[in-house]
Write a protein that binds this ligand. Structure first.
Ligand SMILES: [Zn+2]
Length: 64
C-alpha cells in the first residue's frame, strides 16, 4: 500500500498502519480518510500531503 508524506513536517502516513492515535484503523487508504483528518504531527490538511514514491525505479529493464 502507499505512503503519503506531509509536505509541512515530513510525517509519513502509511496506509498499512493507519493512524491509530486519530482513530484511523490500519489498511485505511489515504483517500478514504475523513475529510477533517489532519496531520497528527503538525495539523496540516490532507491537501498538504503527497504520495511518496515507493522506490526510485531505475529503468534497468528499459531497452530502446
Ligand atoms: Zn505534518
Amino acid at each position: 500500500m502507499a505512503v503519503f508524506v506531509c509536505r509541512v513536517c515530513g510525517y509519513h502516513y502509511d496506509e498499512d498502519e493507519g493512524d491509530e492515535e486519530s482513530g484511523v484503523p490500519p489498511k485505511t487508504e489515504f483517500y478514504d480518510l475523513p475529510w477533517m483528518w489532519k496531520c497528527p504531527n503538525c495539523g496540516a490538511f490532507k491537501e498538504d500531503f503527497e504520495e511518496l514514491a515507493e522506490e526510485e525505479k531505475e529503468e534497468e529493464s528499459y531497452f530502446p
